[in-house]
Design a protein around this ligand. Structure first.
Ligand SMILES: [Zn+2]
Length: 469
């Protein structure tokens, strides 16, 4: 039974859905730059939750948006001398390059704010009709005091607490300093759309309420986001959606902890960030995924020098076990399993059970990885040569199905299509060595090294593996 922590209740709860479908909305990136490791951790952990729900047999509808118009986008467009739409196009492509590298699956839908202006305008209009919002000078604001529960959902503060702590912002435009913008009149040179309130553009919070409604309905099962989005962004989403739709917005809120650098949150504003792109050039992508899943998603993790290096070494132990099993399978023959071999294979079930138990316990990926390592250790100490092919293939599958949930499966290009070409080169090199053509043998070895292939001599022949990228 899966249990997850719910930021709404502050408790770990049994996860239930009425049918077999889980509707998830996740706040995606503002696409004005490469994303950093802190944001990347969120995307990877949302993806791990999704993969685990799929592993448990749920049908997951996963929506993650792109914020493609806001102040940061406009600033970046002016700096680069291109349009906001061009900035968006560029960094959406870069997002996919990095997300694919990190084994973050594509969402069912990746909607963009600018493609949902009609839905946003409809939602704002309905909030005005119901008395929850008002127009002022071409802007539209949400009337926070019209929703008495405001602040209680995630922040756990009352409106009065918030009001007493609020900066006194004397404004002719807003009725109350707590009110927040749903729609903003556009300034000259900014992207703008026609609306009942004049030319303008949406505020940030409203886009998520509009896109969740359009793609998943008025009520969703899980809403994901970084810890820093709890307030005001998520509190505002709840206010907008519940006032407009008259029902509960999200049943469970799933928030990811920070990545810290020297005990301070990694963020663009503090300029203490590392982009996923830059680190991937040094270590490859999957060590970053390992770094993310090796900690519990709610806990802060500290990014320090050497930590990705360690992640890479740990990941190599897992991948080497798979390489080894595949090598044994390739050289093994088909044959029926003896009772003893069948019992041997079923003795590994305990590791899958332990993996599932850890993941059911509020997605404890740290303990789940321990179960994977114990599985690998047991394979490494017990495996012998000369078994039927099925034995090795079954064991490889047992490792793969678990690491796939964590997003740690080696990439296609690392396991993939050029296997036959590499085997052919190795055979050619072996023949050259037999013929004592050392120059040719060395040249082939250099070629393989350049391809990232590492050769090892073993009693059963030359074994090869790919260097982690
Ligand atoms: Zn959002």
């Amino acid at each position: 039974m899966l249990k997850l922590y719910n930021s709404l209740t502050g408790k770990v709860e049994e996860f239930k859905v009425t049918d077999n479908t889980v509707r998830i909305y996740a706040c995606g990136p503002t696409v004005y730059n490469f994303f950093h490791v802190g944001n990347g951790r969120s995307f990877m952990m949302f993806d791990t939750l999704r993969r685990y729900l799929e592993f448990k047999g749920y049908d997951v509808k996963y929506v993650q948006n792109f914020t493609d118009v806001d102040d940061k986008m406009i600033k970046r467009a002016n700096e680069e001398g291109i349009t906001v739409a061009e900035v968006a196009e560029k960094y959406i492509n870069e997002y996919f390059t990095d997300a694919d590298g990190l084994n973050v699956k594509r969402a069912t839908v990746h909607p963009r704010a600018t493609e949902n202006i009609d839905g946003i305008i409809a939602l704002v209009s309905s909030l005005i009709e119901k008395g929850h919002a008002y127009e002022s000078n071409g802007d539209v604001y949400f009337r926070v005091r019209s929703f008495p529960e405001y602040g209680n959902s995630l922040l756990k503060q009352s409106i009065e607490d918030l009001a007493s702590g609020a900066r006194i912002d004397v404004s002719e435009i807003k009725e109350d300093p707590l009110d927040f913008a749903l729609w903003k009149a556009s300034k000259p040179g900014e992207p703008h759309w026609s609306s009942p309130w004049g030319e303008g553009r949406p505020g940030w919070h409203i886009e998520c309420s509009a896109m969740a409604k359009r793609y998943l309905g008025d009520s969703i099962d899980i809403h994901c986001g970084g810890h820093d989005l709890k307030f005001p962004h998520h509190e505002n989403e709840i206010a907008q959606s519940e006032c407009a739709n008259g029902c509960k917005f999200a049943r469970l809120w799933f928030h990811i902890g920070f990545v810290n650098v020297n005990n301070e949150k990694m963020s663009k504003s503090k300029n203490n960030f590392f982009t996923v792109r830059d680190l991937s050039k040094v270590y490859g992508y999957l060590p970053l995924r390992y770094f993310a899943v090796s900690a519990h998603y709610r806990m802060p993790i500290n990014y320090e020098p050497g930590i990705i290096e360690q992640a890479k070494a740990s990941l190599e132990r897992i991948h080497n076990c798979l390489t080894n099993l595949k090598f044994l399978a390739k050289n093994a023959v088909d044959g029926d399993l003896t009772e003893e071999q069948k019992n041997y294979l079923s003795s590994f079930k305990v590791y899958r059970d332990r993996f599932e138990e850890a993941m059911d316990d509020d997605l404890n990926t740290a303990n789940a990885i321990t179960a994977v390592f114990d599985l690998i250790k047991q394979i490494n100490v017990s495996i012998t040569e000369g078994q039927p092919k099925t034995v090795y293939e079954t064991l490889a599958h047992k490792v793969e199905e678990l690491i796939e949930v964590l997003g740690l499966l080696p990439k296609d290009e690392e396991t993939g299509d050029d296997d036959a070409a590499i085997d052919a080169l190795i055979e050619e090199r072996t023949a050259a060595r037999k013929a004592k053509d050392w120059a040719k043998a060395d040249a082939i070895r250099d070629q393989l090294t350049a391809m990232g292939i590492i050769l090892e001599d073993t009693p059963s022949g030359i074994r090869w593996k790919r260097a982690e990228k």
